[in-house]
Design a protein around this ligand. Structure first.
Ligand SMILES: O=c1ccn([C@@H]2O[C@H](COP(=O)(O)O)[C@@H](O)[C@H]2O)c(=O)[nH]1
Length: 230
């Protein structure tokens, strides 16, 4: 059971083309949101600098760059990101990548991406994997724990089987979250916020259902209320 407040368990994905668009959303959300994710789209548009602004404003920051390269490069890139003083960084859950990131991370918390939430069994087979989603996520969860990784990115559908495997201290962070009736988009493995929290997610990552909502602040507050009531 997470000790964090419902508000602190929601991470809003700043999936915008420009820093100006991201700043406008952050201003709209105000105190309703305390934790933000900067992913590839915004990072490649100058958004990494926003991480410092967010930290200075007392927010928590998750850098979602899903590092994966030869070990030396991953270790050095992870060390650079750790110097930014952010809270979470994603890496792909390959053993070499996880070991290298661990070596560079210091106090920065690492989250290993097990199987993207836009993938189902057929997508994994097409990509050449010998495992379906359930087996691949379980295998990578075990490897991440052995590598001393702090947490996992997985879909809420895997929480019930993975939590007992990794124990209470591993951070389980789930994209693939949709309030009832929300547009699913390209996500394939989803639940509602309440279902994800009830299944032991520490944090939920939500993008479009908030950032593309007609009233993003109300959408975020509704998800925080759903987390609280779960
Ligand atoms: O497996 C993964 C890993 C990362 N993501 C990221 O989370 C958000 C989800 O956005 P929505 O708009 O709520 O679908 C997005 O930034 C992804 O890059 C993921 O969805 N699945």
């Amino acid at each position: 059971m997470s000790q964090e407040s419902a508000r602190d368990r929601l991470i809003v994905a700043l999936d915008f083309e420009t820093v100006a668009d991201a700043r406008a959303l952050i201003a709209t959300l105000g105190e309703a949101v305390s934790f933000y994710k900067i992913g590839m789209e915004l990072a490649y548009g100058g958004g990494l600098a926003l991480a410092h602004e967010l930290k200075d404003a007392g927010k928590r920051v998750f850098i979602d760059l899903k590092l994966h390269d030869i070990g030396a490069t991953v270790e050095r890139a992870t060390r650079q990101i750790a110097r930014m003083g952010v809270d979470f960084l994603t890496i792909h859950a390959y053993p070499q990548t996880m070991a290298a990131a661990r070596a560079g991370a210091g106090e920065l918390k690492l989250l290993a991406v097990t199987a993207l939430t836009s993938y189902d069994d057929a997508d994994l087979e097409e990509a050449g994997y010998a495992y379906g989603v359930a087996d691949l996520v379980a295998r990578r969860a075990g490897q991440a724990k052995a590598a001393g990784i702090d947490g996992l990115i997985l879909s809420p559908l895997e929480l019930a089987t993975i939590r007992p495997l990794v124990g209470p201290d591993m951070l389980l962070v789930t994209p693939g979250v949709r309030p009832a009736g929300a547009d699913v988009g390209d996500q394939k493995r989803i639940t509602t916020p309440a279902q994800a929290i009830a299944a032991s997610a520490n944090h939920l990552v939500v993008g479009r259902p908030i950032i593309r909502a007609a009233d993003p602040r109300a959408a975020a507050q509704a998800i925080v209320a759903e987390i609280e009531g779960a």
